[in-house]
Ligand binder design. Structure first.
Ligand code: MN
Length: 415
């Protein structure tokens, strides 16, 4: 497939992608959008011009601050919108290409717009599904010989997080303050975290709700998952070490998470499916699945200093997940917990097999014992004030590329 609109060869937003997001231009009200190459596509304008007439979608769905109402239309409708986008922008169809007036209403330069939070997140869950990450953390904090806890290969471990502090890429945030207990101190102290970390994650967003008592099977999961974003689960390691016993993460995690603005649909990612690791011992029947449920998505992390000097620090891949999305959603709902449109489910830190592919500073610097050298001569054990952490992700096969763009956020001093 090719488009009549010029698209840079290495663009994440190829004609195979058409993700969905929410944008703003010139301080006007937010509107739903898609993106192709370097152009944002105003879906409200397309709807007003009749491109989606056959679907009978209300104006208010597109003139909206969030994707939730659009997603709630169901995959039958949203997949048709995506199909109309592919058709409208492909070389086989010149109607819009030669209509300057319509092009002006529909296409905006990406650099001129502001991207907004894509969904109103009702509920947020964070899993712990990368076995290498769990092994690294277990090795550092517990016992190298028994790094994985006995439940790890039987249960997709997770916890309920905080939805209110999930922000969109480009939103800077303040270094969290809290309680820590230095190793040599008898009593806890209060102050800004000294061990601010990122977690390289991806998250899926549910597109259909269930009722209390209802469960979603691994076979049904894809019908309930609308799409995915990049997810940075900011973490304060010193606060986490002190507070996490016995109930797990709390204030070390809920001060901020950052997501990428474009929701890439499961359908756009379908051709990048790969097999996951063989799960041994065999999991309980409700967690069993068939088919390729992992996805080959290249992930990268870099740190940019205050002066803008950028240092790549990790290359990982979403395919390393031990537990896949279908299993995560089946597990989440097996007890009858209901889900809602726009809920976000993060993967847990995605670490690959060696230190070039670890998904957090905790692992990359091995708890600060192996600092990362920066191009300006400074070093990092954790993340400094005014550092920007940038994560990118894309899937590729031959000439076909489907990506997420980036998620970035800068750390400001505590207030
Ligand atoms: Mn996490």
């Amino acid at each position: 497939m090719k488009s009549w609109l010029p698209i840079p060869l290495d663009s994440d937003f190829s004609i195979y992608n058409f993700p969905f997001g929410v944008y703003q231009i010139d301080n006007q009200k937010p509107r739903l959008a898609s993106i192709l190459g370097e152009h944002v596509i105003d879906l409200a304008a397309m709807n007003a011009l009749g491109f989606f007439n056959e679907l009978g979608i209300a104006e208010s769905v597109f003139e909206n601050s969030f994707l939730n109402d659009f997603i709630a239309l169901g995959k039958n409708t949203t997949n048709k919108v995506r199909a109309i986008l592919i058709e409208t922008f492909s070389t086989d169809n010149a109607a819009l290409a030669v209509n300057e007036e319509h092009k002006k209403l529909i296409l905006k330069n990406y650099q001129d717009v502001k991207m907004c939070m894509p969904v109103k997140v009702g509920n947020y869950t964070d899993f712990y599904s990368s076995i290498q990450h769990a092994t690294n953390v277990g090795t550092m904090f517990r016992d190298p010989k028994n790094a994985l806890l006995p439940n790890y290969k039987h249960i997709p471990i997770g916890y309920h997080g905080r939805a209110s502090s999930i922000t969109v890429s480009g939103t800077n945030f303040y270094r969290p303050k809290g309680q820590t207990k230095p190793a040599d101190a008898e009593l806890p102290v209060f102050g800004p975290t000294k061990q601010l970390d990122f977690e390289l994650e991806m998250a899926f967003i549910t597109g259909k709700s269930t009722q209390l008592g209802q469960s979603v099977s691994t076979a049904q999961a894809e019908d309930f998952i609308f799409g995915m974003v990049l997810f940075n689960d900011w973490s304060a390691r010193d606060m986490q070490t002190w507070e996490y016993v016995p109930l797990g993460p709390f204030l070390a995690k809920n001060f901020c998470s950052t997501v990428s603005p474009w929701v890439v649909t499961l359908e756009a990612l379908a051709q990048f499916r790969v097999a996951g690791e063989v799960q041994e011992p065999t999991v309980l029947p409700y967690l069993q699945y068939s088919g390729n449920k992992n996805i080959d998505i290249n992930l990268s992390v870099s740190i940019a200093t205050e002066k803008g000097i950028e240092q790549p620090i990790s290359l990982s891949n979403y395919k390393y997940m031990y537990w896949n999305m279908n299993q995560q959603l089946a597990h989440h709902t097996v007890n009858g917990c209901n889900i809602e449109v726009g809920d976000m489910y993060a993967s847990g830190t995605i670490s690959g097999n060696d230190e070039t592919a670890y998904g957090s500073m905790l692992e990359l610097t091995w708890r600060g014992t192996k600092p990362i050298q920066m191009p300006d001569g400074t070093e990092r054990k954790f993340i400094n004030n005014y550092d920007t952490v940038i994560m990118k992700g894309y899937a590729a096969k031959g000439d076909i590329r489907v990506g997420f763009g980036e998620v970035r956020a800068k750390v400001l001093p505590s207030i």
